[in-house]
Every structure is written in structure tokens, then in C-alpha cells.
Design a protein around this ligand. Structure first.
Ligand code: UD1
Length: 352
């Protein structure tokens, strides 16, 4: 069997790692296509080197652009790549423009497509990721859902017959990285943060960065926190803050560049909390039992909220209060699986 993975953005490299490992372990031919949506070394290359992912077989180098330009460039470039490789399965990941373009290109060439992380819904149709998810799920032949809730969404949309619940591959990676013993002392020393006494923050979504008033309110709340906050600043956040004339550093807030994955896991494992608008980080915080404060009006990862480890807030004093709250009581819940999702993905691809 031959699988061709289409990836392009940071969270997709993390999800690719256990799939690439599982393919190698089973001797399954695996072609990796990097669209080039993310190209900064800290958003791309370090994930391949740190997580032991083979170099991409094909790099499309499309770079940044408006949604139409970026999605269209990937779509145009993939025609020839898919025609050359003719895989048994095209595997697309998550909800980015690379995901949608990969799925669309494959169905137009009569190739079978599987969507990893299928069925997530925010029900917020203003989010580009929500368009990408819904369109990809309805185009794909096999829907690999991370949770029961995701499978229920697919069933509601008439897609139950194509759905398999496999668990969440991000838990596979997290277990592997955590067990490989990150030097957390070193990570904290580099960040200048006290063990157990700081929060890790990331903000990058358009709905939070592009409106100067909203971004200003988020930054002010973080600067007024009652404990140190390290903000791992995505290039989009830095660009938008500069454009709006906002200083990230000040008060409790220290801005740093994004961290490689093992260092991120190390930092979160030592933090008193996480403040974010990232999807993946909400789950990683839960898995590492750091209370999470999510600066969004809704989340796809409802299990983290139901279990009491995540709260949704608006920018302002509510954010400050939520991010200072103590951790809830312990839980041994595993809503995202047992860290063996990649094996379930390969089983499903082989069975279909
Ligand atoms: C994309 C995904 C989002 C995901 C995020 C992870 C879409 C619609 N969004 O958002 O779902 O959570 O990746 O990080 O696909 N930039 C750089 N260097 C890079 C990449 C981007 O400087 O390597 C800057 C550029 O100014 C670019 C902006 O960031 O225009 C946005 O990048 P883009 O890939 O369009 O979307 P993300 O915000 O990263």
C-alpha cells in the first residue's frame, strides 16, 4: 500500500510524526508532500528534525497568501504530484488551507482521500478552519475521527458510513516526547520562568489578532496577570501587533519566539496554566494537566471544558481571573485515546 500525506502547517507536522513512524514500522510506502504553507524554520523544519520525520519527498513552496491564492496555489501544484505518485490513499490532516487543497485535488483525480481529525466542529462559520473542515469531510472517502463527539457530528451530517473513531494522534506524539524526557530545567532557564509559577500563552487566530481593539484587550489582560506569562509569539501575532502599534512585552508579559515541540511540552508540563486560542494546545494542556484558558467563543475540544480543565473567555478582566484560577481536582479521563491512534489509522487505511 502507498499512502501520500499532504501537510503544510505546524500542527500538521506534529500529527504527521506518529503516522510516518507507523508507516515505517509496518513497511508501508509513505510519500510526504509539504505544501510550504509554513516556511519559517521554527514553524516547520524543527518539527521534522525533532520528531524524527523523514524529509518531505516533495516541497511545493507555496508560502503565504490570501485564502484563495494560497489554497489555489496548492491545488494547482498538486495535480502533477498526485498524477505522478498515484497513491492508494491521500491522507490530509486537520483544518488548514493545505488540508482542503489536498482533499480537493485528490477527489478530482479519482484518488481515495482519508481525513485525519475529521468531524471537529466549532459551528462558527466565520472561521476559515470551519470551512476547511466541513468541505474536507464531505469530500473525503474515509473520516478518521479523534473522538465520539466528532463521530456524532459526522453522523448528523449523514457521514456515519464513512467514519471510524481512531483516537487522537497528538496524544501519541505527546506520550513519546514526554517519555523521551525533555530537559525541563533547561527549558525553564532559557525562558527565565519559575517552575509551577508561570503561564504559557499563544495567540495566533485571525479573530484575535486582526482587530486592534480585541488584540489590545488580550495583551493588556496578559500584562496585568498576577504571575509571569511567557507569550510564544507566532509570526502573524508579531506582524499584527506591530501593525496596530501594540507592544507585546510589558508588566507580567514576556514575548518569545515559538518553541520547538519537545521544549513546548517541557514548558507546559512545568506551567501553572496555559492561555491560548490554539486547538492543539488545549488538548496538550489537558494531557499534561495544566488548566487551560481559551480566548475564543467556542471550542472543538468540548471534552476539556466538560472535564473542568478548560474555560472559554473573552478578552478583558474575565481572562485575567480565569487564568489565575487554581487547578481542578485530578482526573484520569482519556477522551483523546491511549496514545495508539496512529496504529488505528493504519489499520483503518489497510482495512478499507
Ligand atoms: C494556519 C491555519 C490554522 C492553524 C495555524 C497553525 C489556515 C486557514 N489556518 O494559520 O488553522 O492553527 O496555521 O499555526 O490554514 N507566516 C510567517 N511564516 C510562516 C507562516 C506564516 O511569517 O512560516 C505569517 C505570514 O504573515 C502569513 C501569516 O503568518 O500571512 C498567516 O499564515 P497562514 O499559514 O496563512 O495561517 P496561520 O495563521 O499560520
Amino acid at each position: 500500500m502507498k499512502i501520500l500525506s499532504v501537510v503544510g502547517a505546524r500542527p500538521q507536522f506534529v500529527k504527521l510524526a506518529p503516522i510516518a513512524g507507523e508507516c515505517a514500522g509496518r513497511g508501508v510506502e509513505h510519500v510526504i508532500v509539504h505544501t510550504g504553507q509554513h516556511y519559517d524554520p521554527m514553524l516547520s523544519d524543527v518539527f521534522f528534525s525533532d520528531l524524527g520525520i523523514p524529509d518531505p519527498d516533495v516541497h511545493l513552496g507555496v508560502g503565504s497568501g490570501s485564502h484563495g491564492v494560497q489554497t489555489g496555489a496548492i491545488l494547482g501544484a498538486l495535480d502533477e504530484v498526485l498524477a505522478t505518485h498515484r497513491p492508494d490513499w491521500v491522507l490530509v490532516y486537520g483544518d488548514t488551507n493545505s488540508t482542503l487543497a489536498g482533499a480537493l485535488s485528490a477527489v478530482k483525480q479519482q484518488l481515495r482521500v482519508a481525513h485525519l481529525e475529521a468531524g471537529l466542529r466549532s459551528f462558527n462559520r466565520r472561521m476559515p478552519e470551519e470551512h476547511n473542515r466541513v468541505l474536507t469531510d464531505h469530500a473525503a472517502d474515509l473520516l478518521l475521527a479523534p473522538t465520539r463527539v466528532a463521530a456524532d457530528h459526522l453522523a448528523t451530517e449523514g457521514l456515519a458510513g464513512r467514519t471510524v473513531v481512531v483516537g487522537d494522534v497528538m496524544i501519541d506524539v505527546l506520550h513519546r516526547v514526554r517519555d523521551a524526557m525533555v530537559d525541563t530545567g533547561r527549558v525553564l532557564a532559557d525562558l527565565g520562568m519559575p517552575a509551577g509559577g508561570f503561564s504559557v500563552a499563544t495567540i495566533h487566530r485571525a479573530e484575535n489578532t486582526d482587530d486592534p481593539t480585541r488584540l489590545g484587550a488580550i495583551i493588556t489582560a496578559l500584562q496585568q496577570m498576577d504571575h509571569p506569562v511567557v507569550l510564544l509569539a507566532h509570526p502573524r501575532l508579531r506582524a499584527k501587533a506591530a501593525e496596530h502599534g501594540l507592544d507585546l512585552d510589558g508588566g507580567a508579559l514576556v514575548a518569545r519566539d515559538p518553541l520547538p515541540y519537545p521544549q513546548l511540552v517541557g514548558a507546559v508540563s512545568q506551567a501553572r496554566g496555559v492561555i491560548t486560542d490554539s486547538g492543539g494546545l488545549q488538548k496538550e494542556a489537558f494531557a499534561l494537566r495544566a488548566p487551560c484558558t481559551t480566548v475564543r467563543t467556542e471550542t472543538e475540544w468540548v471534552e476539556t471544558v466538560e472535564l473542568g480543565w478548560n474555560v472559554l473567555v473573552e478578552p478583558g478582566p474575565g481572562l485575567r481571573e480565569a487564568a489565575s484560577r487554581p487547578a481542578p481536582g485530578p482526573t484520569d479521563a482519556t477522551p483523546y485515546g491511549d496514545g495508539r491512534a496512529a496504529a488505528a489509522v493504519l489499520d483503518a487505511l489497510l482495512a478499507h
